[in-house]
Ligand binder design. Structure first.
Ligand code: SF4
Length: 259
């Protein structure tokens, strides 16, 4: 069974062509997964693996570990382009997410003031005032919307709560007044006897309508590029993603980044 990818709270730095030098923060357990979605493509595996035994790190522990890492990187003369909240689940589920973001921004300002702080979130908590306030403070508030059609969200993202539906997520994202980036995973495949395809004309039209309402500062389209827990999923080829990107950008007037 595919299981979690990250075995520490602070991980990296990872060098990537797209992000540069990137340090990751995992606010979920190091030996299990906790998420309000259970996406078929999750690189951390399915939620069924359980939350593990380590528990989530305290605010103090995150601060201490990040400070130590940043001091070491500075002492070694390393650079840093971005600090990204991602990891084994949904970072905004951390009960002190707001406080953690505050600490991370202060540490960034102190040690690497030119580095950006990004959060990759599934947006299920974005309607909570304290979470929304924290997300407004980071440089890149990157929120997931894979489908604007309820039935597709149900089979693809598998929200834990039946109350999470595209209309609610769209309203929460719209409330950022453009201070967000919407990220959409495009894929096709089969799972549990159901066919999944969020690249059909109806899906793309529904996404375009949602992007228009949300009016984010940018849209990011991507597809699978690692092993996924549901094994019969197919990657959408880059040239097709580029075509979707061009169409969506033309229809919405919003910059689309394909990666
Ligand atoms: S929202 Fe992210 S962490 Fe949660 S299941 Fe989906 S891909 Fe995995």
């Amino acid at each position: 069974m595919q299981t979690v990818l990250f075995h520490s709270t602070v991980f990296g730095p990872i060098h990537s062509r797209r992000l540069g030098i990137s340090l990751g923060i995992n606010l979920m357990p190091n030996d299990g997964k906790v998420c309000s979605f259970d996406c078929l493509y999750c690189e951390a595996g399915f939620n069924a693996q359980g939350p593990g035994r380590d528990g989530i790190p305290t605010r103090e522990s995150v601060k201490r570990q990040l400070k130590k890492k940043l001091e070491a990187m500075l002492a070694e003369g390393q650079g840093l382009d971005v600090i990204t909240f991602s990891g084994n689940g949904e970072p905004t589920l951390h009960p002190q997410f707001n406080g953690v973001v505050h600490d991370v921004l202060l540490l960034r300002d102190r040690y690497f003031p030119t580095a950006k702080v990004s959060v990759l979130s599934n947006a299920t908590q974005a309607g909570k005032p304290d979470v929304a306030a924290a997300l407004r403070r980071v440089d890149n508030n990157i929120l997931k919307l894979d489908s604007a059609i309820t039935a597709t969200m149900r089979v693809l993202n598998r929200p834990a709560s039946p109350h999470v539906i595209p209309d609610g997520v769209i309203a929460d994202l719209k409330a950022f007044g453009g201070q967000c980036i919407v990220q959409t995973m495009m894929l096709r495949g089969d799972y549990d006897g159901k066919h999944i395809d969020n690249t059909t004309e109806a899906e793309v039209q529904a996404l375009i309508a949602a992007y228009r309402q949300i009016a984010p500062r940018e849209i990011m389209l991507y597809s699978i590029d690692r092993k996924t827990p549901a094994e019969q999923l197919q990657q959408v080829p880059l040239d097709e993603l580029n075509d979707f990107g061009r169409r969506i950008q033309q229809a919405t007037g919003i910059t689309v980044q394909v990666n």
